[in-house]
Design a protein around this ligand. Structure first.
Ligand code: CU
Length: 181
């Protein structure tokens, strides 16, 4: 049986840290990240991370509250709760921009979903692909009583592994922006 050729990997699988609610404070920052050792790429990260953001842990039925700050030097961002059932004013779509250089946004909503893996990301008109590709995204894990009663592996980062897949284009080992939205 052919299992394919052996590949050599150089980067350890990154496991984002977790934040547990119901109150969350997140900043988004201009930063850099070395996808290839020794070659920093211009990226975005949340709350001190060089790329992407922490995994947020929600409990179904609770109200979650956010203190969000845009510390980038020159770009509007949003924080969109992908796929969530919530009031439009807290959706974080293109109509809810947060200004750069310290602009803030304080959404608050009830978690109406059952147990699931969700995600958040910037959703600025015309720049969503660039901002998400450079790091403005993170996971959300929603727990509920049904899921927690099941006999499943649930030690985050050990046997419950968060995986984020993104396509990437590099030039001289430095990240290039995608061209699509
Ligand atoms: Cu989305």
């Amino acid at each position: 049986m052919n299992y394919g050729s052996a590949q050599v990997f150089t980067n350890e699988l990154a496991i984002p840290p977790t934040l547990t609610g119901p109150n969350f404070t997140l900043t988004v920052n201009d930063t850099t990240h070395e996808f290839y050792t020794g070659v920093p790429s211009t990226t975005y990260g949340y709350s001190g991370m060089g790329y992407l953001g922490p995994t947020l842990i929600f409990t179904s039925g609770e109200t979650v509250n956010f203190n969000l700050t845009n510390n980038t030097a020159g770009t509007n961002v949003t924080v969109h709760w992908h796929g969530f059932h919530l009031p439009a004013k807290w959706d974080g779509g293109p109509g809810n921009p947060i200004a750069p250089n310290g602009g803030t946004w304080f959404p608050s909503f009830e978690v109406m979903q059952n147990a699931s893996t969700m995600w958040y990301h910037s959703h600025i008109h015309g720049l969503t692909a660039v901002q998400v590709g450079r790091g403005m995204a993170g996971l959300i894990i929603i727990n509920d009583g049904v899921e927690s009663s099941l006999d499943l592996p649930r030690t985050y980062g050990t046997d419950d592994i968060p995986i984020i897949l993104q396509d990437k284009e590099f030039e001289n080992n430095s990240l290039r922006d995608g061209v699509s939205e």
